[in-house]
Design a binder for this molecule. Structure first.
Ligand code: NAD
Length: 490
């Protein structure tokens, strides 16, 4: 087996195909810079079609053996993977901080969420049970089994380097599928560690494969006839393309997409708690989260108390490298992401928003360090671009609304529907919000409503293309198909 180069050398990463680490033959590779310094940590190859083909063929060849492996045995494999990953927690969290830039606390929290998904997958002997009805007609019984879909392509985004691969790979595998993982080319190293844990846990060759690359490599998976299902998480335009392309090829697809999450604050809310929760929701992980609060809808007359409280917090937020213990917000993933977010702030001001606060950020080292000042925009109107588009950065917009019904209506006019939250001390208001809001994940007096892995993680409307969910038993339905048997024994 070839050695696995990784670490601070800027070495070129390898693919895992059929149980062996192999050099990608592709000539081109991208640097993977540390977002806090710009210094390359590794180089990620942009794998060519032939390499995708080899990985898919390996996954197909492994499928008959793996899908007939007893379910408890598959679950035990995941237990070994979990032990290995937990044993490497420090280096995995450090690796997330290094390649993504988020602070240690956020990296550790998201890794824990990933482990939770791995843990849930181990209950497969329970959730994969079928159904039976004895006697649907004279002497006839009916039973439904849940069988694997086949070869699953898992295509993941940059913002959760461990958690999202861990949503997909363990569950797909425990359901009896084989997998080709194509992680984000911007955070390829954590995925590499996860796949290596599967290898160390004695996963049979070909069951879990990893192919590095970008859009071109992902596209090859979407059109490969050997791929049966595509699990995707990423931005809305790419999710739409993924869904249209792969579904057009007859594949099963679940594509989780972008977000624009509204946080409604009523005058009766506990303002100190709400302020803390909103700050963490909007500026945690530099706003690079699909559950990030992006728009506060302040129900009057709360805004004149809430905005100064938020502004004071924005001004004192400590921005810096995720490796520094005092840092509260790290850099953005790339210079392009930083420039794009800055462009949104300029656009918002041009559209008539008021700059309520701007924080500070360290001077970047020459050639790197994609730091950005956190921004709070007030007097935003619902039709403005900053209120409509996913900014995916540390920018929070405040819209003032006359009452709760209008606040809900503003949130519902968004084309996205990933998450929403309300801050109130009124059970009646919370209940009205819960019933009327058009979003998949709701927070009541909390700002990041991330469901645990045994509940469904999925948005509504433009935040998802496909059905079911990324986690929980709904996800197990995505990774299996029913087989219904009618039997009569004369
Ligand atoms: P992205 O869409 O740029 O990339 C996601 C993946 O798709 C990467 O692996 C990338 O290589 C691949 N890709 C990019 N362009 C492609 C193309 N044209 N064809 C095929 N594949 C392509 O997303 P990102 O910037 O890495 O991640 C951030 C986005 O993900 C945000 O929009 C965020 O809201 C979203 N996200 C959503 C959820 C959710 O649960 N809904 C969770 C996390 C992130």
């Amino acid at each position: 087996m070839a050695t696995l180069p990784e670490g601070p050398s800027g070495a070129r990463l390898q693919n895992l195909v059929n149980g062996a680490w192999v050099d990608a033959e592709a000539g081109s590779a991208l640097p993977v810079p540390d977002p806090a310094t710009g210094v390359p940590l590794a180089h990620v190859p942009l794998s060519a079609p032939a390499e995708v083909d080899r990985a898919v063929r390996a996954a197909r060849a492994a499928l008959p053996g793996w899908s007939s492996t007893p379910v408890p045995e598959r679950a035990r494999l995941l237990r070994r993977v979990q032990e290995i990953l937990e044993g490497q927690a420090t280096e995995i969290v450090d690796g997330i901080v290094a390649e993504h830039g988020k602070i240690r606390e956020d990296a550790a929290g998201s890794f824990r969420r990933g482990l939770e998904a791995l843990e849930f997958a181990q209950s497969a002997p329970t959730f994969l049970q079928g159904r039976i009805l004895s006697g649907v007609a004279a002497g006839i019984d009916v039973e439904t089994h849940r069988e694997p879909v086949g070869v699953v392509a898992a295509i993941t985004p940059f913002n959760f380097p461990a958690m999202i691969p861990l949503w997909m790979v363990p569950l797909a595998v425990v359901c009896g599928n084989t997998v080709v993982l194509k992680p984000s080319e911007r955070v390829p190293m954590t995925a590499q560690r996860i796949v290596r844990a599967f290898q160390s846990a004695r996963t049979p060759p070909g069951v879990v494969n990893l192919v590095h690359g970008g859009a071109g490599t992902a596209h090859e998976l979407l059109v490969h006839p050997g791929v049966d299902a595509v699990a995707f998480v990423g931005s809305a335009p790419v999710a739409r393309t993924i869904y249209a392309t792969a579904a057009g090829q007859g594949k099963r697809v679940l594509a989780l997409a972008g977000a624009k999450n509204h946080l409604i604050v009523l005058p009766d809310a506990d303002l100190a708690r709400a302020t803390r929760a909103i700050m963490s929701s909007a500026y945690g992980s530099a706003g690079e989260r699909c559950l990030a609060g992006s728009v506060v809808v302040a129900v009057e007359p709360v805004a004149d108390r809430l905005v100064p409280a938020l502004a004071a917090e924005v001004r004192r937020l400590v921005v810096g490298a995720g490796t520094q213990p005092e840092t509260e917000m790290g850099p953005l993933i790339r210079a392009e992401a930083r420039d794009r977010v800055e462009g949104f702030v300029r656009l918002g001001l041009a559209e008539g928003a008021v700059l309520a606060a701007e924080g500070t950020a360290p001077e970047a080292a020459p050639g790197g360090g994609y730091f950005l000042r956190p921004v709070l925009l007030d007097h935003v109107r619902p039709e403005m671009k900053v209120a409509q588009e996913e900014i995916f950065g540390p920018v929070l917009a405040v819209i003032r609304a006359p009452d709760l019904d209008e606040a809900i209506s503003i949130a519902n006019r968004s084309r996205f529907g990933n998450a929403a939250a309300i801050f109130t001390s009124s059970g009646e208001a919370a209940r009205r919000f819960r019933g009327r809001i058009e979003a998949g994940m709701l927070g009541i007096n909390l700002g990041v409503p991330a469901p645990p892995a045994y509940f469904p993680f999925v948005g509504w409307k433009g935040s998802v293309f496909g059905d079911l969910a990324a986690t929980g038993t709904e996800a197990a339905l995505f990774y299996t198909r029913p087989k219904t048997v009618l039997s009569r024994w004369p």
